[in-house]
Design a protein around this ligand. Structure first.
Ligand code: PLP
Length: 222
């Protein structure tokens, strides 16, 4: 049952927070609903959860447009890569974009927010494992990029996000992301997924992105 899994994940977040001397309510569960059937998503809405992550703009619009009207307190986060030509749609639709990773995208986001008179919250994705196939800035480029975002575009950066390599201990990447945030005056950390969200809490995750552990395995379609 999804409602039981939901409760268990909440308990695990709370337990890890207490163990780390942190306040459980400082950690937000982002339910990553990409490629999940609507029935499962509705089950999670029914237990009262309101913060969801999606990785594609169009899929998110299709699923959430009507639900947005029904649940006015939804918070939708884009956690997947964003093409510049979809940035305006993303600004119109999401509350948070977690995958900011290049100046061209920042330029379009800034312009779209201005045009739509809408401010959304931004996270910078850091490719902590420096993997060629992954999006995100390499750690060495973060400081200069943050300066550009803040000074040239006058945008606040709420947090940093990472997606560690599957074949390395995630804890090293979580520690690195936390250090980068501290060194650069960034407040929040989006890190930890189904397999490792508890590990992300001691180093400082303020949100964990959990998909399959909550909803079950995703559909194979892409
Ligand atoms: C799919 C996805 C998740 C959730 O992954 P699970 O392992 O199913 O919890 C989290 N973050 C991002 C960026 C994702 O694309």
């Amino acid at each position: 049952m999804i409602s039981e899994r939901y409760r268990t994940i909440g308990d695990r977040i709370d337990g890890s927070a207490r163990k780390a001397g942190r306040t459980p309510s400082d950690i937000t569960l982002v339910a990553v609903s990409k490629k999940q059937p609507d029935t499962r998503v509705d089950a999670v809405l029914e237990v009262g959860h309101r913060v969801f992550g999606e990785n594609r703009v169009q899929e998110a619009q299709e699923r959430w447009q009507s639900r947005r009207e029904k649940y006015s307190d939804l918070e939708l986060r884009l956690v997947g890569p964003l093409q510049s030509n979809k940035a305006s749609d993303a600004v119109a639709f999401f509350d948070v974009i977690e995958s900011v990773d290049r100046e061209k995208l920042v330029r379009v986001l800034a312009k779209s927010m201005e045009e739509q008179d809408r401010r959304i919250r931004l996270y910078i994705q850091v490719n902590t494992g420096q993997e060629a196939q992954k999006s995100g800035l390499v750690p060495d480029d973060l400081e200069a990029f943050l300066k550009t975002v803040r000074e040239s575009y006058q945008l606040d950066v709420e947090g940093l996000m990472c997606l560690p390599p599957v074949d390395e201990p995630a804890s090293l990447h979580f520690a690195l992301l936390a250090k980068l945030a501290r060194d650069n005056g960034v407040e929040k950390l989006s890190m930890g997924m189904s397999a490792d969200f508890e590990t992300a809490i001691a180093p400082g995750a303020t949100s964990v992105r959990v998909g399959s552990a909550l909803f079950g395995e995703r559909e194979a379609r892409t």
